[in-house]
Write a protein that binds this ligand. Structure first.
Ligand code: ADP
Ligand code: MG
Length: 339
């Protein structure tokens, strides 16, 4: 019996700019396991849909071939099972079990860190599967090379196929996800309410789901219709927390720390690149993550004009598309600020 969760499918995975590539690669792999990208490595922060995509691939493979042997495995579980097998002198059948699959879906491989024996075993399994053209898909919360405590030869092999990032969903995708989940739960969620929630809660999909569940429970409980006012009440503590966390102040401090400069530099008139770029990043973040207006943001950045802020936002948007470093920096900062 397969351990693939039937409710995680491609059909109910909402596509957006942030997960498009990952979804497309996962689809291709599901269509042609072992043939197109092997291994496929998906990485990204918590709650962004990695586990969902793994199961979606599993379901699709099984739809096409009900006899296929597909195993989903959290890497912590892999480690536990292996330790047990070692204790029971059953390591041979453990190996055989994994080496007989059509597709092996290994989740959160950052948990292999510092587990040398498991890495060794996984390494052999990994090689055997690749040789047999059996599909491997792995996920992790970070880029393979950045996983500490995992052997270099293993990390470099992880990158042999295709490595793709899943990024935090942008506003439209967050709205679409909420609408989809509400529809699945047969709840009437007005679009403007979904927009309000998505606008306020920006960290990850799991948080959105949690918020929606709470709104729904509250609605069932009170029998009231779901309006923005209603949501403000139902999610009061969550929203307050969000407001408190992402302030311009906090953004300036976080950005200064990230680029190893001083907040005073950000507020100053200095124009050297090492200060001006972080300042622009901080302004763009302030626009994206808070509900302050351009003039308010300008004020908070040492009394600058609102057109300077606007220019910074445009510049950073442009740079994020053509400069990988800035793109990476920006995402890291968003992650830090909204976690
Ligand atoms: P991760 O494994 O990356 O931490 P999950 O796959 O567990 O994240 O996703 C968390 C929750 O959010 C799951 O319930 C999942 O169904 C949902 N989810 C994440 N991304 C999407 C998406 N694009 N469309 C629909 N649901 C999503
Ligand atoms: Mg997961």
């Amino acid at each position: 019996k397969s351990n693939i969760r039937e409710n995680y499918t491609f059909d109910n995975f909402v596509e957006g700019k942030s997960n498009q590539l990952a979804r497309a690669a996962a689809c291709q792999v599901a269509d042609n396991p072992g043939v197109s990208y092997n291994p496929l490595f998906l990485y990204g922060g918590v709650g962004l849909g990695k586990t969902h995509l793994l199961h979606a691939v599993g379901n699709e493979i099984l739809n096409r071939n009900p006899d296929a042997k597909v195993i989903y495995m959290h890497s912590e579980r892999f480690v536990q099972d292996m330790v047990k097998a070692l204790q029971n002198n059953a390591i041979e059948s453990f190996k055989k079990h994994y080496r007989s699959v059509n597709a092996l879906l290994i989740d959160d491989i950052q948990f292999f860190a510092k587990k040398e024996r498991s890495q060794e075993e996984f390494f052999h399994t990994f090689n055997a599967l690749l040789e047999g053209n059996q599909q491997i898909i792995m996920t992790s919360d970070r880029y393979p090379k950045e996983i500490e405590g995992v052997e270099d030869r293993l990390k470099s092999r992880f990158g042999w196929g295709l490595t793709i990032a899943i990024e935090p969903p942008e506003l439209e995708t967050r709205v679409a996800i909420l609408m989809k989940k509400a529809q699945e739960a047969k709840v009437n969620l007005p679009h403007e309410v979904a927009f309000f929630i998505a606008k306020r809660l920006r960290s990850h999909v799991r948080e959105l789901e949690g918020a929606l569940n709470r709104v729904v429970a509250h609605a069932n409980f009170t029998g009231k219709p779901i309006t923005i006012e209603f949501v403000k009440e139902a999610l009061r503590d969550l929203l307050a927390l969000q407001e408190k966390l992402v302030t311009i102040d906090n953004i300036q401090r976080t950005v200064a720390e990230y680029y190893k400069i001083k907040v005073a530099d950000i507020l100053s008139k200095r124009r050297s690149r090492s200060v001006a770029r972080p300042r622009q990043v901080a302004m763009a973040l302030a626009k994206e993550l808070t509900s302050h207006s351009l003039p308010e943001i300008g004020d908070a950045f040492g009394g600058r004009d609102h057109t300077t802020v606007l220019h910074a936002c445009r510049k950073i948007k442009e740079l994020r598309e053509e400069n990988l470093d800035i793109k990476e920096d920006y995402l890291n900062l968003i992650r830090t600020l909204s976690s």
